[in-house]
Design a binder for this molecule. Structure first.
Ligand SMILES: N[C@@H](CCC(=O)N[C@@H](CS)C(=O)NCC(=O)O)C(=O)O
Length: 311
């Protein structure tokens, strides 16, 4: 079959409506990468991704053979490792653009606050219930009451983007698109997609931002081929993980190779994964685990934003 995935193919498990998926798609666009996209449902059941990760349900997840990369932070690192050019930090090397992730999460939360404040009454009950358990720290009953503050905060965040672009640079860090744009653009995209009137009001009077949004949108999503979930699982089953053991001797939790631990996101309830430690560094935790549908896999998480507990 033409274009059949192999153990080295990039396979992205995701759904397009998520701004976090858009981060991964934009990275692939910057690299003009060829990849397979597996459609993930927006709500459980999510059998394919659950078999691969062992319990993490979030989007995006990148699969390469039997190595599974959770979170857009780690997907950025892996894409730069596998496809170094063009780099996702093309202008100013270093970690500053990675540090933006928590700023971007705050921008997301305010955008979500606007969406909830305006659109929650129109959400299907089942979707609302799912998202309420996903975001235990958000009071959905207070969404309308919190709307004015969410709008103010959203515009304050957006004004920083406008300010950054004041000197006429095409992208946030300069002449080329990179991780800074990837961190920020999905959250203006999100509001424009979901609530164009709100977006028009909250992003009004920001001409540099508007021009930048158009440049970001024009980057596209690279060379994408749709793949059925079963084919992605078959790739994992037919391959073996390639990750070498690497444990920081100064690991702050004293993690040891082979130790059984549980990893969960520390912000939303996207699910817990239990396995044996293969990698533990300040930037990454990777676990070995097995599932009949995929065989042995190694699931990688960023350390930032994830909680590790011993089992
Ligand atoms: N820090 C994560 C956040 C991912 C995230 O929160 N994704 C949301 C989508 S907007 C999600 O997974 N929601 C639950 C779901 O889709 O089941 C990342 O950057 O990948």
């Amino acid at each position: 079959m033409e274009n059949a995935p192999t153990a080295t193919s990039l396979i992205l498990h995701q759904y397009d409506a998520s701004p976090f998926s858009q981060k991964a798609l934009m990275m692939l666009g910057i690299k003009d990468a060829a990849y397979h996209s597996v459609e993930m449902p927006m709500m459980p059941p999510k059998d394919a991704v659950m078999a691969l990760t062992g319990g993490y349900r979030g989007t995006p997840v990148l699969q390469v053979g039997s190595d599974v990369y959770v979170d857009s932070q780690l997907i950025a690192r892996e894409l730069d490792r596998l496809l170094p050019e063009p780099s996702l930090v093309p202008v100013v090397h270093g970690a500053m653009e990675r540090m933006m992730v928590r700023w971007a999460d705050a921008f997301f939360r305010n955008g979500l606050g606007v969406v909830l404040g305006v659109a929650l009454p129109f959400w299907p009950e089942e979707f609302r219930k799912d998202r309420e358990q996903l975001f235990p720290d958000i009071d959905f009953n207070a969404a309308a009451e919190n709307l004015a503050q969410a709008r103010t905060q959203y515009r304050a965040h957006a004004s920083l983007l406008e300010e950054q672009l004041q000197d006429g640079r095409p992208f946030l860090m300069g002449g080329r698109a990179g991780l800074a744009d990837v961190q920020a653009w999905p959250f203006t995209w999100m509001l424009r997609q979901n609530l164009p009137d709100q977006a028009a009001a909250l992003l009004a009077g920001f001409p540099a931002l508007h021009a930048w949004e158009a440049r970001c949108a024009a980057i596209g999503h690279g060379k994408r081929t749709e793949l059925p979930p079963a084919d992605a699982l078959a790739v994992a089953l037919a391959s073996a993980p390639l990750t070498a053991e690497q444990v920081d001797p100064a690991d702050v939790q004293g993690l040891q190779a082979g130790q059984t631990v549980a990893v969960t996101p520390d912000d939303t309830r996207r699910g817990e994964v239990v396995g044996q430690v293969v990698v533990a560094t300040p930037t990454r935790i990777a676990l070995r685990r097995e599932h009949p549908a995929v065989g042995e896999v190694v699931v990688h998480f960023p350390r930032l934003g994830y909680r590790i507990t011993t089992v």
